[in-house]
Design a protein around this ligand. Sequence first.
Ligand SMILES: Cc1ncc(COP(=O)(O)O)c(C=O)c1O
Length: 467
Amino acid sequence: MRFPAEPFRIKVVEPLRRVERSERERLIREAGLNIFAVPADSIYVDLLTDSGTSAMSDRQWAALMMGDESYAGSRNFYHFEAAVRAIFGYRHVIPTHQGRVAENLLFSTILKPGDVVPNNIHFDTTRANVEHQKAEAVDLVIDEGLDPRADHPFKGNLDPAKLERVLRDQAGKVPLVMLTITNNSGGGQPVSMANVRAVREVCQRHRVPLIFDACRFAENCWFIQQREPGYANKRVGDIARELFTLGDGCTMSAKKDGLVNIGGFLALNDADWTERITNLLILIEGFPTYGGLAGRDLEAMARGLEEVLDEDYLTFRINQVAHLGARLDEAGVPIVKPVGGHAVYIDAKRMLPHIPQSQYPGQALVVALYREFGVRAVEVGGLMFGHIDPTTGQMVWPALELVRLAVPRRVYTTEHMRYVADSVIQLHRERDRLRGLRIVHEAPVLRHFTARLEELEGAAVAGAATR
Ligand SMILES: Cc1ncc(COP(=O)(O)O)c(C=O)c1O
């Protein structure tokens, strides 16, 4: 299978450092087997995240020179606001420095203790921000969305029947419904327009607003164009505009489909929510025309939001990810299928059945991938989402135990992707030698960022050769 060719050429080069295996072994041990604590310049191909890691275009770099750094009323804000309104259509645009601040502002203004927030699957910061308000985050993705082997074109869909039940049973306790496009924690899977309509209908009947987590909206809309009947001849930008008319607002981390290294926003129709949120914004982020960003950042974000809708770019971008997945699949590596928009997710439960979920098979794979090949991936499984149920006191494990290979936008070439594929395939061949881990230190929230782990007794390390 051929990899797609890049629809851009390279103008600026950032050298990559290759470190010896012995050095990687030392670094990952010092990091407490936590890949977040490994210095980035000791990583060859960094697929930790697609967030804030995009390469900006020459137009965006030029935009940085056009920054108007006025405290209030920067011209960049007005351009940014117009760019957001042109795509999302919501009346009020509140800039923030990244997505989780948009979430925090929204939830700390709207939620009360005991409230319930439905979503297809909450991303980790979204869940943590809901729970921080002592509210409950419930995931209502369709059943296929929890089955890594189910082949469904829109595995990110939220189940309208499950939503109906929650809104009926928890009447008065649900101030908003969220919908994450694409569904990052469920494998980067898209949500169909028909599903958004169905969810909208349930929300309207119960008079509950629908808010999108729109981080990867362009990728989601590209999938609608490719897969949903009736959309093949529509432009991705028009699909996005149609989709957002079905909601009441969105949170956005522009570090994904804004094609910038920092930035985000909250866009809303409701004037009362906006006023309360803006007051809080001034307290914790900054004046409403900069929201924690420099004027130049707002300008780069405005241009990124326009560029991300370029269909040559989107076709390359999503096919680059799909081809990495196809190569792994052909070699028998168990992955979530179909491949999502921004990442390939390895099914660690199936790849390492000899390691129980309580011994973090996903994290064991992440550690081995770095130690043996210098590739950084991230665990999206028991380490990220495992938690103690406050009512039963029992450990609750997530249904999925995945390892995510997130592909930064416009950064790595086809050859880099081949290197990653070959590395994972090699580890897959040696998988019986991987052993489980245990946590020796963890924080009370978002523990995966800072946890320290150790290998269980008798641990063997895959791939003895120096690479
Ligand atoms: C679906 C989703 N929502 C929210 C966020 C939070 O955004 P940020 O990292 O900009 O705070 C992310 C980040 O990865 C995400 O993927």
